[in-house]
Design a protein around this ligand. Sequence first.
Ligand SMILES: [Cu+2]
Length: 255
Amino acid sequence: MTIAIQNNLQKLLVAVLFLSFAGCDMFRSDDPQAGTISLEIVNMIDGQELVLDQELYTSSAGHDYSVSLIEYILTNVKLHRADGTVVSLDTAQYCNQEDHDSRHLDSEEIPAGQYDSISFTFGVDGAENVFGSLERTTDFDNMLWPMMAPMGDGTTERYHYMRFEGHYGVDKTFRIHNGPSGGSDYSFDVSLPISMDVDNQDWAIELQMNLEEWLTNPVDWDFDAYGMIMGNQAAQEIVQTNGSSVFSIGSVDEL
Ligand SMILES: [Cu+2]
């Protein structure tokens, strides 16, 4: 072997050693990496995905009913990490059964870490519930909650939290409209546990609204007893109380 070849071999060896050490630093970081999250909101009844109009369900008060409309607003959707940090996903989401896109939050980047809960407000919190505070889209504008004396303070209009409508009995209609009746705040906060260790993956959370729970637990909702409830604060309180068991996590998946 000539000196020249030997020198070249030595240079090559040095280069390979250098690259393998450098590689440790450059490509093999132990720090967890950011990931992405997407959120799907699914409307369910009795454990199955809601079918509008066609399907007949039975309420716990004993009425056979079908659903013709379900639309609602979720605000301040947040993910919480075990270390206490909060990641905001969405400030306000209009959801409608008839529009799949309205119930799907596109994937967005979230910091690495261990996540242990998701939280949001059902409806719009009292202080924030002023018409015009949400983005001026047709969907949000359509959720207008009129404020009229003597029902309300007459000062400013607000937003419905939800319209849940359908048919029951032979040809009767139910309309559960809830919102800031009489200017009071019937929105409520929801927090659900999840387990998600984000380190360079794409994640998907399925959030379920279990519609039958609006009609029971703790109060069995009698369609005959409640007609138009927008001015009925006692009815708004029942909707709010029944709402505590409406939401659940369907799945948390690493994609
Ligand atoms: Cu209404």
